[in-house]
Design a protein around this ligand. Structure first.
Ligand code: NYM
Ligand code: MG
Length: 256
């Protein structure tokens, strides 16, 4: 019985759950996908769209995202890439401080209101994000719009309503999901005591991620040894960086 809720995206793919959800997904029109945006810089035909890559790491709390982000950042930096490590929520802005106090249970907000603050926190960084990418800097981002939709819809908010404020933000070039069951994640030295860091809620978040996930995501088993995860991550990230260096248009998130 213990295994009844102990699902992960990898297992679901294996047993066809995602395929079943896929048809549900298309009938409910649930995907966050990419839409080509206007190409603004056209100075040089050959490499007009050469840029840094927008790499997003997603997953449940305690899946290992934050340590993999910093290992990846260190590696790319040492290899001479122009790279920055970002995370959402960005707690350094005014909006980020409101989010931080909410997560610490020091303030209470309506579920819709906090959802919009998380989204606003991404919007306030959008311009800078675009500038960095266009200037050739790769961004490794620990959580992005998918966390926003997964966590808020896990509370019962309508998923389409949750996606709406994300539309128009920059679409990632790569989404890596560090896959772990909620039970295994909870076993990892406990949670930090912030809002959402409870097993029952994380089970709901895992289900939301399963609904959101599409075939473009790269899923890595987060229970593998840290070095193995790191190696797999480097490989797919380097591929993505190369594609963006060769020239790829920036696109935006849209609801399909
Ligand atoms: N979170 C994060 C959301 O609920 N919505 C969002 O848009 C984002 C980016 O904040 N439990 C949640 C997920 C986490 C919490 O993030 C704080 P972290 O990565 O633990 O600092
Ligand atoms: Mg956390």
């Amino acid at each position: 019985m213990r295994y009844a809720c102990n699902f992960t995206i990898s297992k679901a793919l294996k047993f066809g759950v995602v395929a079943a959800q896929g048809s549900l997904k298309s009938s409910l029109n649930l995907k966050l996908t990419f839409k080509p945006s206007r190409n603004i810089h056209m100075e040089n035909k050959e490499n007009s769209s050469s840029r840094g890559a927008l790499i997003v790491l997603e997953g449940l709390d305690r899946c290992g995202k934050t340590s993999q982000s910093s290992r990846l950042y260190k590696y790319l930096d040492e290899q001479g890439y122009s790279v920055e490590s970002w995370r959402f929520p960005d707690r350094n802005t005014g909006v980020g401080q409101m989010i931080s106090s909410y997560l610490a249970n020091q303030s209470h907000l309506d579920d819709h209101a906090i959802h919009l603050l998380f989204s606003a926190n991404r919007w306030e960084k959008r311009m800078l994000m675009e500038d960095k990418l266009r200037s050739g800097t790769t961004l490794i981002v620990d959580r992005y719009s998918y966390s926003g939709v997964a966590f808020s819809s896990a509370k019962g908010l309508d998923i389409e309503w949750c996606k709406a404020p994300e539309i128009g933000l920059l679409a990632p070039d790569l989404v890596v999901y560090l896959d772990i069951s909620p039970e295994k994640a909870a076993e990892r030295g406990g949670y930090g005591g912030e809002r959402y860091e409870q097993l029952e809620f994380q089970k709901k978040v895992a289900k939301s991620y399963l609904t959101l996930h599409d075939s473009s995501w790269k899923v890595i088993d987060a229970t593998l040894p840290v070095e193995d995860i790191e190696e797999k991550l480097r490989e797919i990230v380097l591929d993505s960086i190369t594609i963006c260096q060769k020239g790829k248009l920036l696109s935006q998130l849209r609801s399909s």
